[in-house]
Design a protein around this ligand. Sequence first.
Ligand SMILES: Nc1ncnc2c1ncn2[C@@H]1O[C@H](COP(=O)(O)OP(=O)(O)OP(=O)(O)O)[C@@H](O)[C@H]1O
Ligand SMILES: [Mg+2]
Length: 262
Amino acid sequence: MPRPTEVVLPTRRERFDDRRKDSSQRKLLDEFFDHRTLLTISRLITQGQFDSLDFPVATGKEGGVFRATAGKEFRAVKVYRIGNTTFRNLPAYAIDELRRETSIRDFAGLVYAWTRREHTVLGRLADAHVRAPMPFGHLRNVLVMDFIGNSEGGAPRLRDAQIDDPEAIYLDLVEQITRMLRDAKLVHGDLSPFNTLLFEGKTVIIDVAQAVSIKHPQAAALLTRDLDHYARFLRHLGFPVTGEEFLHAVGGDRLGLPAAGS
Ligand SMILES: Nc1ncnc2c1ncn2[C@@H]1O[C@H](COP(=O)(O)OP(=O)(O)OP(=O)(O)O)[C@@H](O)[C@H]1O
Ligand SMILES: [Mg+2]
């Protein structure tokens, strides 16, 4: 039993910090883990998709990504938020695509369809041998996929990674995008150094829910914008490439995509 003089009472500041930590923790829990999402996660655990959620890897505007453990492996578990307005900010073409694919009755239904869409697109990318997380399953607003990273943590975004050889990154991206167009017949639609990870020196494409078919009327415009993002990033790293050169390198100008803006 410590004597009263040995007990160090927390200062006002420490008590305040503790309370703030508690409340930010609660906020995170409230945002992602509403009752239904918790049930969904527990159902996925029962299905054997993973054993436990370890920690949040990132929390973005549409949702949070958590690392999970499945036996001796890791998984990434992406939880789409239901209770926010992000989906109202999605580009109209993406919402139109969803409405074409599903009959959506309510906001939650839209989020579930979006989650399923990301799972489907990841499957198509895997079939086309595009380096992207392998999908393992989905339920309602929760998607389970390969964790890109190792026991120390998630792979950095291309934007934050240390890049010594930008030309190698360019060639790798050309190969990935070529496969995506030619074999998966998809345009990503939100490509950037933020939605690309760098793992073991190779690029991995993520965040694919808004991808559209190369036959989509907006395909050319989206592809041009995606490649412009990459080209600008590579030029900053000292590798001179234009959006047009990139488009040519991935065969985007030979696919007969519907003309931009048509
Ligand atoms: N499969 C994965 N393995 C490891 N980390 C991942 C994986 N998927 C996503 N992440 C991490 O989570 C972050 C957010 O993922 P993603 O881009 O898919 O979601 P988002 O909701 O669009 O978030 P943001 O709005 O920040 O782009 C990524 O930047 C990456 O750091
Ligand atoms: Mg993203």
